[in-house]
Ligand binder design. Structure first.
Ligand code: FEO
Ligand code: CA
Ligand code: CA
Ligand code: CA
Length: 594
């Protein structure tokens, strides 16, 4: 008989203790299976993975590298099956190729890396009504999109001069999606994918706008510019403008050309998650993951059509092309003198205040003096700078609670906060040299996602709970797990918030945590799992009977290589380390945390 645990409904499990074990550690009474690994074939004709015989052609039909965001969508008509969509954020060549020479990558290695980037769509099958999932290889919906697949630029900036290149004078067709970090799932059955650190793929940049986006002036680490001139900003200055967008994919239509939605602005998109207004218009919340960058939302002017008819699907694919893009400004309600940069709570007992959404552009109309609408979309960071948006501590994943509508923003850390030459602490980012990050909770006025103002408060100030500069929504700190560097956020069917971490600065491995957002247990944070050496926990999906996580970059430790691995996960010593998706479920078949 299964043991009963204390906690909010959905969070009744024995917390996993912080550790540095080279494995996925789950709570007592839970089991796990590796759903799919880097390199497993998913398309018809793709060969089995052979680390010593990798080819670009094989990789283009296999699951990509460094799985990040995950979405699991129902697949009507096929019992026990769901559609898994995964992001493949980036490649780590020293962990992929034996004898890799970073100064002289071969063309084949570069082309394998192109094919290992992007997105995967793969149908998965539940085994014996357990939580265990296995891939259905060669399912007709299975699909790979890579750094060389065709994408369409849509919305107000598409076709404009800033998006045209010598290879694409139309400014509407772009090859590839790069650095897909987190994402979102829309109520109309598509998925959204944030193109994050795209700057790292472009060499020899020199413009001021490129600098604001972090493009480098010299060669890139991967040297792709040697193999395709579009990665050389000297030769193709506009190619980088065609990356840094939110991608929309329809996983149910293998013929759909995925779209880069310019109305949602261009920055280091971490993720994008919509919520509908009462009249059915999607509002998409988005973070720009950079120290001192901004929080955004897009409010569509079009209403979603219900159902999955051909007409509804066609209409809904236009929802993210028309509307208004906003950036957030947050103001604290405590005197500035009470925010001393240590994380000490101000006298009113909370880091909280009010905020406004500042409009940047609506369709072809700019609201930013001195910038055209096209410039606002392509150089959105500069628009945020001009209107005085609030500089945040690296906005990662942002998601509205499907239960309450409150929006949760993971602010992962900011080593430069308060340093000479940088902004100091404010009430929304109250710790200087913020090592462990915090989570902000935002409530739109009148609970209307299209509102132009909101109230906010810090829900969590992360760290070791014995550290006085931490806060867990007021919950007793002797009853919570330590947490550091929140990154991805998700909700379970009970309305609890789940947080995965990246870069734990408390000396133990990254992991996944659940926390109640409402009721007496609000703020009671419990660790559900930890990941292997060098890995980050990504893409959590919390279903009734299963938790799905992407174990990203296992073994990514300074000095590690294929020959000198830092991890033996998932297949044991002597086998190549492989980023993989893991399902966790209860051994007795019961619901998660109940
Ligand atoms: Fe790719 Fe902001 O994490
Ligand atoms: Ca306050
Ligand atoms: Ca992330
Ligand atoms: Ca991160």
């Amino acid at each position: 008989k299964a043991k009963r645990y204390d906690g909010a409904r959905g969070l009744r499990f024995a917390p996993v203790a912080p550790n540095r074990d080279d494995k996925v550690t789950v709570p007592e009474g839970y089991a796990q299976n590796v759903v799919i690994r880097w390199g497993e074939p998913i398309l018809r004709g793709a060969p089995a993975f052979d680390p010593d015989k990798q080819t670009a052609k094989a990789q283009a039909g296999q699951f990509g590298y460094n799985n990040d965001f995950l979405s699991l969508l129902p697949l009507p008509g096929e019992r026990g099956r769901q559609v898994l969509v995964a992001n493949h954020e980036y490649t780590d060549e020293v962990l992929m190729f034996k004898g890799y020479d970073p100064a002289n990558p071969t063309r084949e290695q570069v082309e394998i890396a192109w094919a290992a980037h992007g997105l995967s769509v793969v149908v998965v099958q539940e085994e014996n009504r357990s939580g265990k999932l296995t891939p259905v290889t060669r399912h007709p919906l299975n699909r790979r999109l890579t750094a060389t697949s065709e994408f369409e630029l849509t919305g107000p900036a598409a076709g404009g001069a800033l998006l045209r290149t010598s290879a694409d004078p139309t400014g509407r067709k772009v090859l590839g999606t790069l650095n897909n970090c987190a994402g979102g799932t829309t109520p109309w059955g598509t998925t959204l994918h944030g193109e994050e650190n795209f700057n790292q793929y472009f060499a020899n940049a020199s413009s001021a706008t490129d600098k604001r986006y972090g493009l480098g002036t010299g060669a890139t680490e991967r040297k792709w510019e040697r193999f395709d001139k579009r990665f050389d900003a000297q030769q193709e200055p506009n190619e980088s403008h065609r990356h840094g967008w939110v991608v929309e994919l329809d996983p149910f239509d293998p013929d759909f050309t995925p779209a880069k939605r310019t109305a949602l602005g261009r920055f280091k998109h971490e993720a994008a998650q919509p919520r509908l207004t009462d009249d059915g218009r999607p509002v998409v919340y988005m973070g720009d993951d950079e120290r001192f960058d901004y929080l955004y939302k897009f409010v569509s002017s079009k209403r979603m059509m219900k159902g999955s008819s051909r007409a509804a699907r066609a209409h809904n694919r236009t929802l993210l092309d028309e509307g208004t893009l906003y950036v957030a400004r947050l103001t604290g309600d405590s005197p500035a003198a009470e925010i001393d940069g240590t994380g000490k709570l101000p006298n009113d007992g909370e880091f909280d205040g009010s905020g406004v959404w500042i409009p940047l552009a609506t369709g072809n109309v700019s609201h930013v003096p001195g910038m055209t609408a096209e410039e606002v979309y392509v150089f959105t960071r500069l628009a945020g700078d001009k209107v005085g948006a609030t500089k945040m501590d690296r906005p990662e994943d942002v998601e509205p609670s499907p239960r309450s509508g409150r929006v949760y923003v993971a602010l992962t850390n900011n080593s430069n906060r308060g340093k000479a030459g940088y902004a100091g602490a404010d009430e929304a980012n109250p710790r200087n040299a913020n090592k462990h990050g915090h989570v902000l909770e935002l409530a739109e006025h009148w609970d209307d996602p299209a509102a132009d103002g909101f109230a906010w408060r810090l829900f969590l100030v992360a760290g070791d709970p014995t550290d006085p500069a931490t806060y867990f929504a007021g919950f007793p700190k002797d009853k919570v797990s330590p947490i550091s560097c929140p990154d991805n956020v998700a909700f379970d069917p009970h309305g609890n918030l789940w947080l995965s971490t990246d870069g734990n600065a408390l000396g133990s491995h990254d992991g996944l945590f659940g926390v109640a957002t409402h009721g007496e247990r609000r703020g009671e944070l419990k660790q559900f799992l930890t990941v292997p050496t060098g890995a980050e926990t990504c893409g959590p999906v919390i279903q009734e009977r299963r938790v799905l996580v992407a174990v990203q970059h296992p073994g990514e430790v300074d000095g590690a290589s294929v020959e000198k691995p830092a991890s033996a996960w998932p297949d044991g010593p002597g086998r190549i380390v492989r980023p993989s998706v893991v399902a966790v479920y209860r051994k007795d078949g019961g619901d998660i945390g109940v």
